[in-house]
Write a protein of this length. Structure first.
Lengths: 219, 218
């Protein structure tokens, strides 16, 4: 089986100006900090960032906003990073706010070969603006389109060298669905083990979705 | 005298039934868990990906936080999952009750609690999914804004979180049920009279024939 272990220099080759990147995490819990730091170190610009939130100014993807490396954010919440709102109001940053469940489903669609999802969430609010309304059995839904990225950055507790993943507690959040929805999937792990050390029934994300693995601070 | 927030949390707790799956919003709604009636055991859902939320124990774990990012615990019998599963539970009708705060709500059951144009745009997070998906939506909030202005209106002025989604409003002054006929005042706080409630409410109020004292607050 192919060994997907890599290093930060090698995976940084995938980071390019103008890229669309999905980053796992919920208020920076479950965010691969080493990979985010690599984007900072390389000075990548004009990023389209897809993440649940923009974290805190000094944590997770929040630093990318503070460093003005991002031109567009797709997220459900930006309230914990005042810099996001400041740049948005100054029209320096394009922010698309998406209800959290809709964001999850749009990513899931992007990774599952689906053309979109019909959700009642947002009907009767500004979220429905410019979206197709579809009636199914008399009930109204919004058509929400799939999201994909060039690169997804995933944080895991443990992986084997084939890329089979186990997440830790609430650090799972958006990571499993983002691992399905990008051309290149890079996982940062706290612990890297040999193939066979994670039983098939324990695997939360299959290694077939993973391209590269790097060791985080913990290993 | 009991503080407004405690009155609201105490009264809201009465709405939760044994065995309910419940999502409590950040802030005041979180306090509801502290006042559950004896014998009522609920399963708290945390939209960042688990059921079985409880307060943080002795061993704090940086990967175990609630939807506000604060350290928490998980009970035995709880379960972890990803964000897609979390919101499938929420939209799919598997959450019995959600308790949220509000900036404005109105007699049609509309709720606004996610942005003030030009001032504050934190984002809706999971609130729009919660109000559309939970079987019962309770708005637990202080009756008036800090400047004294009414928050229970004829019609919300701020951008909506959900249209016609609210079932019950609990404030420190009373309990208001959203009905087809309008907003029904069913319970009133001790020491408060109906005229006071009317004076602090912009919405048209229907006063219940069976108006009683607010439960669980005295």
């Amino acid at each position: 089986m192919k060994n997907k272990q890599s290093n930060i220099q090698q995976v940084s080759e995938y980071f390019k100006d103008g890229m669309t990147v999905m980053v796992g995490g919920f208020l920076a819990v479950g965010t691969p900090e080493r990979l985010v730091n690599a984007i900072i170190d390389k000075g990548i610009k004009d990023i389209t960032l897809i993440a649940n939130d923009t974290a805190l100014p000094d944590k997770g993807v929040g630093q990318l906003i503070v460093n003005r490396q991002v031109k567009k954010v797709v997220a459900s919440h930006i309230g914990t990073n005042h810099e996001t709102g400041k740049q948005m109001i100054a029209k320096e940053l394009d922010v698309e706010l998406v209800p959290q469940g809709t964001l999850a489903e749009r990513i899931r669609c992007g990774g599952s070969g689906l053309g979109g999802v019909l959700t009642p969430t947002g009907v009767g609010t500004i979220v429905e603006e410019n979206k197709k309304k579809i009636y199914v059995d008399g009930k109204v839904y919004l058509l929400e389109k799939p999201l994909r990225a060039d690169v997804a950055l995933i944080k895991a507790k443990k992986a084997d060298k084939a890329g089979n993943i186990i997440y830790d507690k609430a650090a799972r959040n958006f990571n499993p669905i983002m691992a399905m929805a990008a051309d290149i999937v890079i996982v940062e792990v706290d612990e890297l083990v040999e193939v066979g050390e994670i039983a098939p029934d324990e695997v939360m994300t299959t290694g077939v979705l993973v391209d590269k693995i790097i060791c985080g601070e913990g290993c | 005298m009991m503080k407004a927030k405690e009155i609201i949390a105490r009264r809201t707790a009465v709405e939760l039934k044994d065995g309910d799956v419940v999502n409590l919003g950040i802030g005041l709604p979180t306090m509801v868990a502290d006042y559950l009636p004896r014998g009522v055991d609920v399963m708290l859902e945390s939209e960042n990906g688990f059921v079985g939320l409880e307060s943080v124990g002795e061993n704090q774990d940086s990967n175990l936080v609630n939807a506000g990012g604060q350290p928490c615990g998980i009970i035995l019998g709880g379960a972890m999952f990803d964000s897609a599963m979390s919101f499938a539970l929420i939209r799919g009708g598997h959450v019995d009750v959600t308790v949220l705060g509000g900036l404005q709500t109105d007699q049609k059951g509309n709720l606004a609690n996610w942005m003030v144009p030009g001032k504050m745009v934190p984002g809706m997070g999971g609130a729009m999914d919660l109000v559309i998906g939970a079987k019962k939506v309770i708005v637990a909030m202080e009756h008036c804004a800090r400047d004294g202005s009414a928050k229970i209106l004829k019609e919300c002025k701020l951008p909506l979180t959900g249209k016609g989604v609210v079932d019950l409003i609990v404030t420190e002054l009373g309990v208001f049920r959203v009905t087809k006929k309008g907003l029904l005042l069913t319970e009133i706080a001790p020491g408060v009279n109906v005229e006071t409630v009317k004076g602090k409410t912009e919405a048209d109020l229907i006063i219940s024939d069976n108006l009683i004292a607010m439960k669980n607050v005295s």
